[in-house]
Design a binder for this molecule. Structure first.
Ligand SMILES: Cc1cc2nc3c(=O)[nH]c(=O)nc-3n(C[C@H](O)[C@H](O)[C@H](O)COP(=O)(O)OP(=O)(O)OC[C@H]3O[C@@H](n4cnc5c(N)ncnc54)[C@H](O)[C@@H]3O)c2cc1C
Length: 489
């Protein structure tokens, strides 16, 4: 998020507040700490975190031989942010990739788990012929999907919803039975409202450049086959997803250790910010208010959800910015992490997980077979599942108590996978308004926020609400915000 800069070059020291100790805030603080070390810049960094632990949504627990990811479980490697940070920390040897033995995904189809057609990436079939034998779509649906190759490009000017794009190019059945659940598993969003340009720009780009998405995907595959992209992406070494051997919480601990040993970084845990005040007339100092205390800073990096950032920014000068930040909607979801004996299922659980189309009318969004996806997550003969509930399509489910959510999940696991016994353990995590919804027009909304920020020198906004919802995006967003602050010198 761009803000205009203050050529503050004669200052000897710059005091920077980082608000929020999730991965975005940690990335920002780490970038500042690292730079101050290498450039000998006089920089004082204070990171404020409301809770007593760092990591925000990222949380890993270990017990009785199980490793449980209670938030995210991995990050994509074709966006460089995550891998690059691990490399800088000397941590990349700790990264593991997915277990190739179970490398396939399932989709619930008429009540039964079926493999997602081989090579089907979100909406694009890399191996069109593998679709022909898939029972997930009717013959008519399969032929319509493959006919995309010949559908002339007719993109509307400007943004388009994911649903409109997929219906136009691949047909309704592909949308309802494959694309909606696969994309919903990432964004927990309503495809009728999800912005294509903000979430999957490469697909409309393929339509524009090649006349068809399938043509674009095949062309890309050919180029990759000739070795043009080999080794160029950070993902080349790890596969599409990577995670630390001891879980994402271990990456957070590594960052925390690094920050605790940095001379000019102060971590203030258990310190919720109550308000942020812009500089008074004739001053350039920002005021960060915590309970009973006010502290002055030259720059503030706010890494909270946009609606929380709006709450913190007080005063009439932020009226427009607050409205813009509040225009980005968020969805709530719950995650049930449970441990089971493999023998308690009639289904072999031989995949990375399963997504559930809305048209199946179930009460779960997706189940990740966590200990199949990554090794060393469960003792032999046992399995860790992560079942997602709620999201933008089923917000009413969030009204249930934890016990009711557990019962819903158990009932679904029984019906779908033939689970015969209650889990060995189960934990319910609630994520209240944690998933930003990149609705049609999102990029315009973000551009407007960036424009407004130019009036507030010293203020930076970062996090998953703006230009990418995943961990690598958040890491990049925090780093870029810190780099903009460093340019204040
Ligand atoms: C259930 C779920 C699963 C996900 N799975 C994946 C995945 O597998 N892979 C992936 O790449 N991404 C995943 N994501 C997205 C990913 O988790 C986020 O992109 C990332 O963790 C966001 O980090 P953040 O630092 O911006 O926000 P947060 O992690 O929300 O951190 C914000 C921090 O600010 C603190 N805070 C709040 N209010 C205040 C205040 N007033 N004062 C001070 N501090 C405050 C909070 O306590 C928190 O620690 C998932 C998200 C969810 C919700």
């Amino acid at each position: 998020m761009q803000s205009s800069v203050n050529p503050n070059s004669d200052r000897r020291s710059l005091r920077v507040a980082v608000v929020g100790g999730g991965i975005t805030g940690l990335s920002a603080a780490y970038t500042l700490a690292k730079s101050s070390k290498s450039d000998q810049r006089a920089l004082q960094v204070t990171l404020f975190e409301a809770s007593r632990r760092l990591g925000g949504i990222i949380r890993t627990e270990e017990a009785d031989g199980f490793l449980m990811e209670l938030g995210p479980d991995s990050f994509i490697t074709n966006k460089p942010g995550g891998v690059r940070l691990c490399e800088e920390l000397g941590y990349s040897t700790e990264l593991i990739s997915t277990d190739s033995r179970y490398r396939r995904s399932l989709v619930l189809s008429r009540g039964r788990p079926q493999p997602v057609p081989d090579g089907f990436m979100l909406m694009a079939p890399e191996k069109p012929w593998s679709l022909l034998t898939s029972p997930v779509l009717s013959l008519r649906g399969r032929l319509r999907l493959l006919a995309e190759y010949f559908v002339p490009g007719a993109a509307p000017a400007g943004d388009e919803s994911l649903a409109s794009f997929v219906r136009r190019r691949f047909g309704s059945e592909a949308l309802d039975r494959l694309v909606q659940p696969l994309v919903g598993g990432i964004y927990t969003s309503d495809p009728e409202r999800l912005s294509l340009r903000a979430t999957m720009p490469r697909f409309p780009e393929m339509e524009a450049a090649c006349g068809s998405v399938i043509r674009g995907v095949l062309k890309q595959k050919q180029t990759a086959g000739r070795g043009a992209s080999e080794g160029s992406g950070s993902g080349a070494r790890y596969g599409l997803f990577a995670t630390p051997r001891r879980g994402l919480g271990d990456l957070v601990s590594t960052l925390e250790r690094r920050l605790r040993t940095a001379e000019n970084v102060r971590l203030q845990l258990g310190t919720p910010i109550q308000a942020i005040h812009g500089p008074a007339q004739g001053s350039a100092e920002w005021v960060v208010q915590t309970e009973g205390q006010q502290q002055q800073f030259d720059a503030v990096i706010v890494t909270l959800s946009t609606w929380l950032a709006a709450k913190m920014l007080q005063g009439d000068q932020f009226l427009q910015l607050r409205q813009q930040l509040n225009s980005i909607e968020y969805a709530s979801s719950a995650l049930v992490v449970s441990g089971h004996l493999l023998s308690d299922f009639t289904y072999p659980m031989d995949a990375f997980g399963m997504v559930v189309p809305a048209c199946e009318r179930r009460q779960i969004l997706a189940v990740s077979f966590s200990s199949r996806k990554f090794p060393e997550r469960a003792p032999d003969g046992q399995i860790v599942l992560r079942t997602f509930v709620g999201g933008a399509m089923q917000p009413e489910l969030m009204q249930h108590s934890d016990q009711e959510l557990l019962e819903i999940v158990n009932s679904e696991l029984q019906q779908i996978f033939g689970m015969s016994r209650e889990p060995i353990f189960a934990e319910v995590m609630r994520y209240d308004r944690a998933m930003p919804q990149y609705h049609v027009g999102h990029l315009d909304r973000v551009a407007a926020i960036e424009h407004s920020l130019q009036q507030h020198t010293g203020l930076q906004l970062a996090g998953s609400g703006y230009r990418g919802v995943g961990i690598p995006d958040s890491i990049d967003s925090g780093r870029e915000a810190a780099e903009r602050v460093l340019r204040l010198f």
